[in-house]
Design a protein around this ligand. Sequence first.
Ligand code: G16
Ligand code: MG
Length: 220
Amino acid sequence: MIKACIFDLDGVIVDTAVYHYRAWKQLAHELGFGFTEQQNEQLKGVSRVRSLELILGWGGVTKSPAEQTELATRKNQWYVDMINRMEPSEILPGAQEFLKIIRQAGIKTALGSASKNSSIILERLGLLPLFDAVVDGNHVTASKPDPEVFLKGAEALQVNPADCVVFEDAIAGVQAAKAGNMKVVGIGSPEVLSEADLVIRGLHEMTLAQLQALDTGADN
Ligand code: G16
Ligand code: MG
């Protein structure tokens, strides 16, 4: 029986990729090289530290660990300045409604995000009360496709992973959910997220009936 849903943040609940893009672009500019939207696509769901490593590699720049920490902190300050100005209208279509529908049906909800800023965003947008648990980059040591973030979400909700459905927009996140023995709904294109059990364009397309249909009934 489906007892819990675990949601990725960026690309599922909100589109913060645009703010990450602006902040990374500013950093790349200061370091003397460019940063494209195509490169930003490759950073979706990737941790801040790993994103910086990739960007420095693309720019052909080497920095010491101490310099990398300073650069990541600088990028994050710009990013936090932007997310602190986000408005509830920026919640992706259907996300808030779907959270309310499943909670009314007795299904538990958790966030499972790579971001260390997820609480700021959820609070700013008034979404925090719609989550029973928040597991993010502050609570995990292994990044997606490792299932740690989703397994910790299931544990926080006290639900068996097999009774959880994950909503994810990144391939690594879909793989993480599968590695955790969870059902997964991909948000995006079926060609890209082919490993998901179901692919939709956004939570506005998701219904309670579709959610329940994902249940294989193996452990009922
Ligand atoms: C998000 C974004 C990534 C970002 C990561 C870490 O992941 O998609 O681009 O690098 O969080 O964010 P922060 O710098 O705020 O810790 P997710 O898992 O919510 O899609
Ligand atoms: Mg995402």
